[in-house]
Design a protein around this ligand. Structure first.
Ligand SMILES: [Zn+2]
Length: 233
């Protein structure tokens, strides 16, 4: 079962009738820079048979993990009214009877709300056999946030290709190269951004009512908060 850009594995794990499927994550391919932003990582014999067996068996030694986009970035993740500045989680919407407190009209319902309606499992409870996942942010978006420019501007792509020339491909940079190595190419903030993404120290404002969500790496203190939370466990 392919989870799409609008959902990630934890959202699917909430619905137990999906347990019988193996969740895979394929990228969209309508523009070259988006290819591979979602992917499946295998350690198998490089053959059709090897691939199919890894998917069917859900063996985590062979199907290592999936790579996910942040579904919160989608335009309809949470509920709300863009014009009224109303942003609700599914639970908050129910508390307000799905009515916008500002204009009194019905709010636009998002993907997460539908998941809550269909779910028969608590968050934190996961199915017995599951493939791990990681959330990545495209490198040009990390650079853009680090130098406070837009993701498609020339200065961002100039830095992007300096990294690519040095480390071959974006996956390496986002998942494997140490931050000390990354710092060689460009001053600290970009490697700090990569480090924060790897630790999940991001500030998320979910998309709603046609408005894209915001995944912020440099919101004050997100890294310190994540580290403090890790220490609790
Ligand atoms: Zn409204």
């Amino acid at each position: 079962l392919e989870t799409g850009l609008s959902s990630d594995p934890p959202m699917n794990w909430l619905i137990s009738c999906l347990d019988k499927y193996t969740l895979v994550s394929n990228s969209d391919a309508h523009s070259p820079s988006k290819i591979g932003r979602e992917a499946n990582v295998f350690d198998t014999e490089f053959s059709y048979k090897g691939l199919i067996e890894a998917i069917k068996s859900k063996n985590p030694d062979k199907f290592l993990h999936t790579i996910e986009f942040y579904p919160e970035e989608g335009k309809y993740h949470y509920d709300g009214h863009r014009k009224c500045g109303t942003l609700f989680s599914p639970r908050e919407s129910l508390q307000h009877n799905n009515i916008c407190p500002k204009c009194g009209k019905k709010i636009t319902i998002g993907v997460m709300h539908r998941i809550e309606e269909l779910s028969d499992r608590d968050q934190g409870n996961s199915p017995p056999l599951r493939i791990p996942y990681i959330n990545l942010i495209p490198l040009n978006e990390i650079i853009a946030q680090a130098i406070e420019k837009t993701a498609e501007c020339k200065s961002v792509w100039d830095i992007y290709f300096r990294f690519i020339h040095e480390f071959e491909n974006e996956q390496n940079i986002l998942t494997e190269i140490s931050s000390t190595e990354l710092k060689r190419i460009h001053p600290e903030r970009i490697s700090l951004g990569v480090e924060r993404m790897r630790k999940g120290a991001v500030k998320i404002v979910p998309g709603h009512d046609g408005c894209f969500g915001d995944i912020n790496l440099f919101e004050k203190d997100t890294l310190e908060e994540a580290q403090a939370q890790l220490k609790l466990f």
